[in-house]
Write a protein that binds this ligand. Sequence first.
Ligand SMILES: [Zn+2]
Ligand SMILES: [Zn+2]
Ligand SMILES: [Zn+2]
Length: 123
Amino acid sequence: MGSQQKPCANNCGFFGTSEKRNLCSKCYKDLCLEEELAAMKSVLCSPAPPSPGTAGQSKPANRCGTCNKKVGLTGFACKCGSTFCGVHRYPEKHECTYDFKGEAREAISKANPVVKGDKVDRF
Ligand SMILES: [Zn+2]
Ligand SMILES: [Zn+2]
Ligand SMILES: [Zn+2]
């Protein structure tokens, strides 16, 4: 028998054979070359192993703004933008620059809209 001749799968006009994936000898050669190149590329272009991590990633030390004690995750962030330990977390315990009085005034005026005492019941 022998191999059946079919038009080249590449539509190049020549006839291919089933042994050569239905390609003519020329297209088959090209395909082989391409596959070889692809294989070589996949080896050459394999992702490089990640370089050993840069040791000593320095995190910003979380310290109390007043006594400089390390507070880590237990630090209390004040509205003035600094972090403090449990002792110095209160605005009166550090030189707080946040305008709490102003905020309190605002909060009070918002929470208690001026009540018009038109009807005050007295007992
Ligand atoms: Zn061909
Ligand atoms: Zn402190
Ligand atoms: Zn503060």
